[in-house]
Design a binder for this molecule. Structure first.
Ligand SMILES: [Zn+2]
Length: 403
């Protein structure tokens, strides 16, 4: 717009166009639709242009910041959803199936390359629930060596596993009506093997009944002053009774152990297995007892245990103490007696279903915990959040200690 010209409307019918200097005579321009519109447009642009430019610049900056922040947030979400722990299994450590499912985050006792939270995973094929990433064979060997964390604390005995079983316990577990003979009157030369015998509390009782007693334990060797130690599991089939009292959850491959033990058993020999009860989790509420990253690397439901025994050619003949009378009504343990058979046993169709159900009901009962409210989020996402929270917590503690 020319600086020495004033354009202003007069009345509604004409426009005066005059120079700012009065050296030109005033001219009356006849009002037209064009002139009026032009005037309004010029005034509107004059009034709104500069604020609009400023607003545009501000908006541009805000928009850029918002885009940056959104991108950063998106990247963080992708990082959380893609959370991985080094050493994670892609196949079931028991049966080798690739049909795995992450069930829940799990705090790791020992961080794996900076990751402090791993997973509870389940196998659709065999139904086993396990710590993912599982401890390596070297870690397990060190842990259960006499100098390891497990063995060192048990050298003096005194743990529950080392105590002698009560007569009531023996009557309930080894019911002659179920197994067909009495443990108190064994045939001549009958042999019992306690896999994971500890200080030998069970073997002492069987020895007193007249059994030839054998044991296996990598951590505690005190029992072998009184009983024979079995060094290799691939020997001839010579055992009539095998005990697996809270051992399967500790080993690095439960199915392999069951198959090796079945190979050591005579035809129609009996195995007794006791493990923490994952089916009873909603009632007893002790998830850490069932599975943790320290000693209990595997957890079992009844379906899973029956299936694993079947894969090792062992047929379950009795579910011991189904009313949990030995544990005052609390479903803390699964106890079964199985017999070595010569015919294939049917496998459960959906072995992981009961484990998922137990975990779901367990979380429903813990409605006031944050973990319950996060259930709708993906497991990897929850694990990543838990990992970040644990790291923050550790940093805060460190800062408090320094202060
Ligand atoms: Zn499996």
């Amino acid at each position: 717009m020319c600086s020495n010209v004033i354009v202003r409307p007069i009345m509604s019918c004409e426009i005066i166009v005059a120079p700012t200097e009065s050296f030109l005579p005033r001219q009356r321009v006849p009002a037209t639709m064009w002139g009026r519109s032009f005037s309004i447009a010029v005034r509107t642009i004059d009034a709104w242009f500069r604020p609009a430019v400023v607003l545009l610049l501000v908006c541009r900056k805000v928009a850029r910041d918002a885009i940056k922040r959104t991108r950063r947030f998106g990247r963080r979400v992708v990082q959380l959803v893609r959370y991985r722990v080094p050493g994670e299994c892609r196949r079931c450590p028991v049966c080798g199936s690739p049909q795995l499912r992450l069930l829940d985050p799990l705090s790791l006792r020992e961080p794996v390359q900076g990751r402090q939270v791993g997973f509870i995973a389940g196998c659709h094929a065999c139904g086993v629930v396990f710590t993912n990433p599982p401890p390596t064979a070297g870690t397990v060997r060190r842990f259960y060596s006499p100098e390891g964390a497990w063995g060192a604390s048990r050298q003096e005995g005194g743990s529950k596993r080392d105590q002698k079983p009560s007569s009531r316990y023996l009557d309930v577990v080894f019911d002659p009506a179920v197994i067909g003979w009495s443990i108190q009157a064994p045939p001549s030369g009958a042999r019992v093997l306690d896999f994971g015998c500890g200080a030998g509390g069970f073997l002492d009782v069987f020895q007193a009944f007249g059994w030839e007693t054998w044991g296996v334990d990598p951590a505690v060797k005190t029992a072998f002053a009184r009983h024979s130690e079995l060094l290799e599991l691939d020997g001839p089939a010579t055992f009539d009774l095998v005990l697996l009292n809270h051992v399967l959850e500790h080993v690095s491959n439960p199915l392999e152990v069951l198959r090796q033990l079945a190979g050591c058993m005579r035809e129609r020999a009996v195995v007794y297995v006791s493990v923490p009860d994952f089916d009873g989790l909603p009632i007893h509420g002790d998830l850490k007892y069932c599975i943790n990253s320290r000693a209990h690397s595997f957890a079992f439901t009844r379906d899973c245990l029956v299936g694993l025994l079947a894969r090792a050619n062992l047929e379950v003949i009795a579910l011991v103490d189904p009313r949990n009378e030995l544990t005052s009504g609390s479903p803390v343990r699964i106890r079964v007696v199985a017999r070595k058979g010569d015919r294939p046993v049917d496998l459960p169709r959906h072995p992981l279903r009961s484990a998922r159900k137990a975990l779901r009901h367990y979380h429903r009962r813990r409605v006031f915990t944050a973990r319950h409210h996060w259930r709708w989020l993906p497991v990897r996402f929850r694990a990543a959040l838990a990992d970040a929270a644990r790291k923050n917590d550790r940093r805060r503690r460190k800062a408090l200690k320094l202060a």
